[in-house]
Write a protein that binds this ligand. Sequence first.
Ligand SMILES: [Zn+2]
Length: 413
Amino acid sequence: MNDMKTRQAFKFRLGPTSEQDSVLSRHAGGVRFVWNKALDLQTKRRDAGMPLLSYGDLAKLLTLWRSSEEYGFLSLGPVHPQQQALKTLDRALWEALDRRNPKRFPRFKRKGEGDSLRYPDPLQIGLDLSTRDKDGRIVLPRIFLPKVGWVKVRLSRQIAGEIKNATVTCKAGRWAVSIQTETDVPEPEMRTSREIGLDLGVVSFATRSDGTRLHPDPAILSAMKRAEDRLRREQRRLSRKYRKGPKSRNFAQQKLRVARAHEKLSDMRRDFLQKTSTAMSETQAVVYIEDLKIRNMTRSARGTKDAPGKNVRQKSGLNRSILSQGWGTFLSLLESKLARRGGRLVRVDPRNTSRTCAACGHVSPENRPDQATFRCVVCDHADHADVNAAKNILRAGHARCACSEAQTSESAA
Ligand SMILES: [Zn+2]
């Protein structure tokens, strides 16, 4: 009965030796060359009103190039990533020529622009997870890449599932590998009572209806704050170094520093989002969440208009820059992780969740004396504003699900 499969991607930093680093750069250069050459060919055919070559034709050309004297250097690189570039180009061209919904025409690639090597054959890549060598010395895990050899890989989490393919990319001068795996999806669990409402807040990253706050540890948060300060500083330096005309070597170096600072901050953010979403998907069956699209239309930052608190600006500033950019990512991670376990994420209408009393249902902006506090003007029920909101989200979710289930059974009858 169970033949559902799901794909997952695991991304890790690579630690190539300087020799491997230049080999990888050459391979990426070969892939770029193939892309640009094929794109040039196809563009000329299009401009001359000739039909485009198919992927099959291009693949045959690639074989010729690789054995020719002129382009023989291509055969120093692995063939699969070069073929993959042709496949990607072929798809991009078809999408660009689609009359009903045309996408942007593919562009020529320059060095350092989205360098990537895709290895579609799992048999050509190998993963060695041993932590000791044959003499008992501690070693790092490594990955085997065709025509490169064994490259050290920094495994930041466990890989689950069967390896299907791998993509090696270079960003800000650093190599990373993304390994895609396939796992069987378990039979969906029965709906349990493990349901929760989640309020995406301004002061905390998020608050659960049982009162738990989701927030990075203070130590991690301050490390993130430092990483953010660093990024701002490097960005200011970059803008000081900017001048019109040809860019200096100094400018290029500073640009790299900005890119690294950016990477560092987003790595920390991603780590927090990964861990938080994993933990939640392991303990909950259904998570109710405000529909962010509707929420963004109805209010910019909750409470600031109705009931501005004293420290709101400062605290929300911190949170907004470091974490709220992560809400979208968090929700999509959570959604796929829940689905993998047979659970689900349900979006509810966010209207009034912040000003409704979770105890008696009274709706009034006066229920919010300040940003952090909820106090019902009718029944005197008091709670943290975010916890009260999360409880309302849970209730709205229950109402929505009960309603749609009633509809389904009606239409089935
Ligand atoms: Zn009340």
